[in-house]
Ligand binder design. Structure first.
Ligand code: MG
Length: 318
């Protein structure tokens, strides 16, 4: 089904007091989304996806990851993608790097911005990094120091910040402390990740306040929600009310976390846009173009889009 700009409904705007004036969307579909999909997407299709996201108005697009190809075969073409992609100078294209070797590859490929990941729990550090929490942090800090020495801004992801499938509850002071250490090492921004989607709205406020109290600036914070339990949008609203101005999402709700039991997809960018626009927060996103992109991508993946907004606007997509 095709979707044109004229026939796409938009949310009615009802503003609320005490929300940020400007909010940024950090699009993770090409990296965090595609790395968790069963189907390996070819480089040309990825380039088309990124181009369509640019056309749809996304201004920060995490392009790929320089992890060893045997870890994430879905992103084994990082070099080819970077070489073939024509970057727009007005947009940001961070890439994920797991260690100094990955940073070397990213720099060689011309990356201008990178992201590192740490874990809030020992179980996830072991499963995801084959390391301890401290070991993974030390590895990330080495990347942060080397990347900032090269003049690159670095984002620090703190995963399992709201709960862990093996260890259960995570105290807010744990991600708060990790965030402070990444900030101290030179990270320009910190994304607190609810990797398995168990977080709830009151918890979001607690984690944000603990993180700010531990020394990371509120304006440097981003939130990364998964919709496993249907809480992603209420958690975004709680984040907005706590003064957070950057939110991660993936077009159409691509992906999840391949290493975490019970992890379903990322919050869909379309669903996030609908919430933000309904609150009178301009996203700059062309919702019709984005929905059309997600419908097209779902076709390439051979499954329906998971985004509720895509389903509502595009009809019965199969
Ligand atoms: Mg994610």
């Amino acid at each position: 089904m095709s979707v044109s700009a004229t026939e796409v409904p938009r949310p009615v705007v009802h503003r609320r007091p005490c929300l940020p004036d400007v909010v940024r969307i950090y699009e993770v579909g090409p990296r965090d989304g595609l790395q968790a999909e069963q189907v390996i997407i070819d480089t040309a299709t990825k380039l088309e996806l990124v181009g369509r996201l640019e056309q749809a108005g996304l201004t920060t697009i995490e392009l790929t990851s320089f992890v060893p190809p045997r870890w994430v075969p879905q992103l084994a073409d990082a070099e080819e993608l970077m070489a073939a992609h024509r970057r727009r100078p007005d947009l940001r294209y961070p890439v994920l790097v797991p260690n100094l070797k990955g940073l070397g590859r990213a720099l060689e490929a011309g990356a201008s911005e990178v992201a590192v990941v740490v874990s809030s729990t020992e179980a996830f550090a072991k499963a995801n990094f084959a390391n301890t929490v401290e070991g993974a942090l030390a590895s990330a800090v080495a990347v942060v120091e080397a990347a900032t020495a090269e003049g690159l801004p670095v984002r620090g992801y703190v995963s399992m910040a709201f709960g862990d499938p093996w260890e259960g509850a995570v105290a807010p002071t744990v991600p708060a402390t990790l965030a402070a250490r990444l900030t101290g090492a030179g990270c320009a921004s910190i994304s607190l990740g609810d990797t398995i989607g168990v977080g709830t709205a009151g918890q979001v406020a607690e984690v944000v306040e603990a993180t700010v109290a531990a020394g990371t600036g509120r304006s440097a914070l981003a939130l990364h929600f998964h919709d496993t339990y249907g809480q992603a949008l209420s958690n975004v609203l709680a984040g907005l009310e706590a003064g957070v101005t950057e939110f991660d999402s993936s077009a159409g709700g691509l992906g999840g976390c391949p290493y975490a039991r019970s992890a379903t997809g990322n919050l869909a960018t379309e669903d996030l846009v609908w919430l933000l626009e309904g609150l009178g927060l301009d996203t700059g996103v062309d919702l019709a173009a984005l929905v059309a992109t997600s419908v097209w991508m779902a076709g390439r993946l051979g499954r329906p889009p998971v985004s509720r907004v895509v389903r509502a606007l595009a009809g019965d997509v199969r």
